[in-house]
Design a protein around this ligand. Structure first.
Ligand code: FBP
Length: 258
């Protein structure tokens, strides 16, 4: 019998409480390598403090980080990323492999799992097959899947191509992502089409750090004005000095939940 109290829907509601969310993403050190963040303290404990004091609606980390920070997180739902890649492989061969099971994520206290599919990649079919395996496990454990729907591949001029982002987001919804996370297309007109065609909540990645905080907040306003369900931001928050990162997170929350 269906019980809301132990359901996927309840877990989604614990993250997207009013249907919207500001998540702190911190899966970068494996994807891009620590030297990409020279001079920034990328210790798990620091990121947990920023998420807790900035009152993020959730934090996305890999299992190793999750185990470290679990005890420091104050009322911040944990979302465990279960696929990974490094940047040590060539760009053409980039794919995300399953590195953590849904059960492991659940056992560490996660409310949801996250994974990436590079739609359009030469290795798309492997990631789709992996997704079907993860989905079975997620159904068994009643865990929501936050899918990063990112365009890649030789056909694209850029991974930020508007139509490719629209296509990837739709594809994620079609195959069963409960929440889609994708890139911002860079303008409201094209992003409104991404949201319109994606019939599940859409969260937007923050992208490379923008120095001017007001400029970044204006982008978040634009994203929200065309129907996005929030943001899942990494570099634009934790690449700032601690107190500024916490303050910005709070301001982003005001914009998203207004
Ligand atoms: P940012 O807000 O820093 O862009 O983080 C969002 C994110 O999806 C991360 O979770 C991930 O590590 C990174 O972007 C991937 O970026 P890219 O696809 O450009 O390598």
């Amino acid at each position: 019998m269906f019980s809301f109290f132990d359901s996927k829907e309840k877990k989604i509601k614990e993250i997207l409480k009013d249907g919207k969310a500001v998540l702190l993403a911190f899966d970068h050190a494996i994807e891009h390598g620590p030297s990409s963040y020279e001079g920034i303290d990328i210790s798990p404990e620091r990121i947990a403090r920023i998420a807790s004091e900035g009152e993020a609606d959730g934090i996305i980390v890999h299992i190793g980080v999750a185990r470290k920070i679990k005890k420091f997180l104050k009322n911040v739902p944990l979302i465990v990323k279960i696929t990974a890649r490094t940047s040590l492989v060539s760009d053409e061969n980039q794919m995300q492999e399953i590195v953590t099971s849904v059960k492991e994520a659940k056992d560490v206290g996660a409310k949801a799992v996250a994974l990436t599919v590079y739609f359009g990649s030469e290795r798309e079919s492997e990631m789709l097959r992996n997704f079907s395996i993860v989905k079975q496990e997620a159904i068994k454990h009643k865990m929501p899947i936050f899918g990063f729907a990112y365009p890649r591949g030789k056909k694209l001029k850029s991974k930020y191509d508007e139509e490719a982002i629209r296509y990837a987001a739709r594809a994620g919804a079609e195959i069963g992502f409960d929440v889609v996370k994708t890139y911002y297309t860079g303008n409201k007109e094209s992003f409104s089409k991404v949201v319109k065609d994606c019939f599940v909540p859409v969260l937007v990645a923050g992208g490379p750090k923008i120095e001017d905080e007001k400029e970044f907040l204006n982008i978040v306003k634009d994203i929200m004005s065309v129907g996005a369900s929030g943001v899942a931001i990494g570099r634009n928050v934790w690449m700032r000095e601690d107190e500024k990162a916490i303050q910005l997170l709070k301001e982003i929350k005001k914009v998203v939940h207004s």
